[in-house]
Write a protein that binds this ligand. Structure first.
Ligand SMILES: [Zn+2]
Length: 83
């Protein structure tokens, strides 16, 4: 089990969904039981929201074209720009 002082180390993996499943599960279990860490994670999510939302979820096609990126697959993954 995680303890509170370990949460900051793994919180970004948890929020970005880039950590291992096991790590994220352990964080989820901890924050379900610990209101301090739940508030901490919530604060991180709010502060990270603007940056995260620009990278995740549906991106307007016009924005992608402005950036010179290919339109992503329906799965949401970006293609490498062609040479
Ligand atoms: Zn805690």
């Amino acid at each position: 089990m995680l303890i509170c002082k370990e949460i900051p180390d793994v919180a970004s993996d948890y929020i970005s969904r880039e950590g291992s499943k096991r790590t994220r599960l352990m964080v989820a279990i901890h924050v379900a039981q610990c209101s301090n860490c739940r508030n901490y994670i919530r604060g991180l999510k709010i502060s990270g929201n603007l940056a995260a939302e620009s990278l995740r979820g549906p991106v307007p096609t016009a924005l992608l074209q402005n950036l010179g990126l290919d339109i992503p697959d329906r799965g949401g993954s970006f293609k490498e720009p062609n040479e």
